[in-house]
Ligand binder design. Structure first.
Ligand code: CMC
Length: 436
């Protein structure tokens, strides 16, 4: 971080002019360091939704929203998605470098040896209703890990943070698969160490004690790519939640559970589920012939309908993950002989019309990663209600890496935003009989 200059802020209320340092990152916009603003002027800045606020410095993920570029530790997502597997990407995000062959096998071994969860976990899970949403279950299960692994709870101990990171990355697939098996009433499947991370997840999801799951390489590769594309995305809502939560010194499992809860929302991780539900609704309305009518509803100021899987706070260009996902969608549907999948045709029809429509062009609304990921997951056999849990599984590495980065930063402080108070000023409590 260098300091290329200063910003001078003048006030028309008599407050003395202040000079604020400008900080330069390695790429991306400069930031104005306002940490001394309040002590020097008695004023805060106001930025609900963090539209112009960098909440931290980070070395993990860089997004250029105008170009549609996404880099993990400097590497373009397009190269990582094609040349690496998910665990290599996890190593990169967590430790800063892609592993060499020896590091790769050591890391794979460490993760693989932690995939089982405490046997007691299944009894905890059995307390949930069978029809509970998987994200409700996941929020509970991830938070509950802190009750099972008390030896890795100290967030200020780098070794304990590392073992928690490995435990979380390793156990998330087991927990997601358990949440799924519980809803369908099938026995939980234990992890199998001879399988890859993603192959093992598919085994735990789709095998039963009566029948092995025959691992299909195209589908494993597709799901592995979904994991890679969702692994991190800089300071999005759930990652910021994890950072804020962990900034109090709470344990990593509790902080990641907070991230899972945040991800659940339809404006964030819940969008892939909402997108597939939307495609189903258009299909029920009459399919391709009704796209125009649906787009009119989306554009209507008086309606709350949004084109799910479109738009992004940062990308004002095509989300690079959506391009890769569309490619994967083709591969998976071809491999399964579903080239004429009506939902995929509908999605492509919607995309074409939206990309040519002034409403979307003017607002720079393009497909995001969720637009095609639901179709891929559905084709693989993952139920719609589990989509956000898959996102949580993949994002766990990003969350723990961001948490570790924050705690290791010598400048780290508990997160404590301020406010512009617009409520009642001080007043006195009246006796009950005198209140209006
Ligand atoms: N369909 C229709 N109009 C939209 C959409 C959409 N999907 N997204 C934004 N707009 C309009 C919005 O109505 C507003 O119009 P106007 O200026 O006339 O009021 C304008 O575009 C700006 O939207 P905004 O809500 O102020 O933008 P934001 O940056 O606060 O929201 C977003 C970003 C992702 C929440 C939003 O685009 C959205 O709700 N998209 C649909 C949900 C979705 O696909 N979310 C997944 C995001 S990618 C996965 C992830 O990283 O979590």
């Amino acid at each position: 971080m260098s300091s290329p200059g200063k910003a001078t802020v003048t006030f028309d209320d008599g407050t003395a002019t202040v000079e604020l340092p400008i900080l330069k990152g390695s790429v991306g916009p400069d930031v104005i360091d306002i940490r001394k603003l309040y002590p020097q002027t008695g004023k805060f800045t106001y930025d609900p939704g963090f539209l112009s606020t960098a909440s931290c410095n980070s070395t993990i993920t860089y997004i250029d929203g105008d170009k549609g570029e996404l880099l993990y530790r400097g590497y373009p997502i397009e190269q990582l998605a094609v040349q690496c597997d998910f665990l290599e990407v996890c190593h990169l995000i967590l430790y800063g470098e892609l592993p060499n062959a020896a590091q790769k096998s050591e890391f794979n071994e460490r993760v693989t040896r932690h995939t089982m969860v405490h046997e007691q976990m299944q009894f905890f899970l059995r307390g949930f209703r069978r029809d509970a949403h998987p994200m409700a279950v996941m929020t509970g299960l991830v938070g509950a890990l802190s009750a099972f692994y008390p030896d890795s709870m100290n967030v200020n101990d780098a070794k304990q943070r590392d073992i928690s990171a490995i435990r979380l990355i390793a156990k998330m697939p087991t927990l997601v698969a358990m949440a799924y098996k519980y809803t369908v009433g099938q026995p939980f499947m234990y992890p199998r160490n001879e399988l890859s991370y993603t192959g093992n997840f598919m085994h735990m999801m789709f095998a039963t004690p009566c029948e092995d799951y025959k691992v299909n390489d195209v589908l494993v590769r597709a799901l592995d790519r979904i994991f890679i594309l969702h692994a991190d995305h800089e300071q999005n809502a759930s990652t910021s939640t994890v950072r804020l939560c962990a900034s109090s010194g709470t344990n990593p499992f509790a902080a990641i559970a907070a991230g899972v809860a945040c991800l659940w929302g339809p404006a964030h991780g819940g969008a892939n589920e909402a997108c597939l539900t939307m495609l189903g609704e258009i299909q029920a309305m009459g399919g391709m012939a009704k796209i125009g009518e649906f787009i009119t509803r989306v554009k209507d100021k008086n309606s709350t309908v949004r084109l799910m899987g479109f738009g992004h706070r940062v990308y004002k260009n095509y989300d690079p993950r959506a391009k890769l996902m569309r490619e994967t969608c083709h591969e998976v549907l071809n491999a399964l002989g579903l080239q004429d999948d009506p939902l995929f045709e509908l999605a492509m029809g919607l995309e074409k019309i939206a990309l040519e429509d002034d409403y979307f062009v003017q607002r720079k609304l393009y497909p995001n990663v969720d637009f095609y990921s639901g179709i891929v997951q559905k084709a693989i056999g993952i139920p719609v209600s589990l989509f956000t849990a898959i996102f949580a599984l993949a994002r766990t590495v990003g969350w723990v890496a961001q948490l570790n980065e924050m705690i290791a930063d010598p400048e780290y402080k508990i997160g404590r935003p301020r406010q512009l108070f617009v409520g009642s000023p001080r007043r006195d409590v009246k006796p009950l009989a005198a209140r209006a």
